[in-house]
Design a protein around this ligand. Structure first.
Ligand code: SF4
Length: 217
């Protein structure tokens, strides 16, 4: 009789870390339900990332730069790509390109996950990297502190758990996040929030009243 093989653990895409930190439901709609959709922001982003190859944003003091470098970590089950990696004396230095407004925490987690991959792949410490805002042509340096590394590891495992369970969380509580989200038409956050609200009313309506409530009625 053939033994049942263990189910392989799902790989986490580097982009899923940023999606999860922005909105867990967005991460699930893209990476569990494959429901990706473009909007004006994502199209701008794609064009900008394609231009990374001709861009001259790299630090001229770097010995070497690698663009569109494939990344992986066997230890953490991660896979993805770095826009740009500068090879500096202190170690590899990943640079993530962003279009428009940068959501700081999600972008830093994604960049830190790139650093964890580079450390495993190249066997060298990666102490710092940068987020490059294309429109403003400015860089903001990010130090990969112990606290940021810990948050990144926790997010990776949370995303993997979501993928393992094929779980789609409820809409984000912060409705402002939905304004720029390309998945609004798939997600229908207002409808789902309204349904949850109605379910709450229904359960309150049909709940068996305790004696005190009956007396008050
Ligand atoms: S529309 Fe809002 S709740 Fe839905 S995936 Fe986007 S950000 Fe999340």
């Amino acid at each position: 009789m053939m033994e049942d093989l263990p189910t392989p653990e799902p790989l986490v895409l580097l982009s899923a870390i940023e999606h999860y930190a922005y909105c867990p439901r967005q991460c699930a709609l893209i990476h569990v339900e494959q429901g990706y959709a473009d909007n004006v922001y994502t199209v701008r982003g794609k064009h900008a990332h394609e231009r990374v190859h001709q861009d001259h944003a790299a630090d001229p003091e770097s010995d070497q730069v690698m663009r569109g470098l494939g990344l992986y970590s066997d230890r953490l089950g991660l896979i993805g790509k770095a826009d740009l990696v500068e090879m500096r004396a202190e170690g590899p230095y990943p640079v993530e390109y962003k279009v428009g407004r940068v959501h700081r925490a999600p972008a830093e987690l994604q960049l830190c996950a790139q650093a964890l991959c580079l450390e495993e792949m190249l066997g060298r410490p990666v102490p710092r990297g940068a987020i490059y805002r294309i429109a403003a042509r400015t860089r903001r340096e990010v130090a990969f502190t112990a606290a940021l590394r810990q948050r990144t590891l926790e997010t990776i495992e949370t995303v993997r758990d979501l993928l393992r369970r094929s779980y789609v969380p409820p809409p984000a509580k912060n409705e402002r996040l939905c304004r720029r989200c390309s998945l609004r038409d798939t997600c229908l956050p207002q409808v789902v929030r309204e349904e949850a609200r109605l379910r709450g009313f229904q359960s309150a309506l049909y709940r068996i009243q305790d004696k005190s409530e009956l007396r008050e009625g």
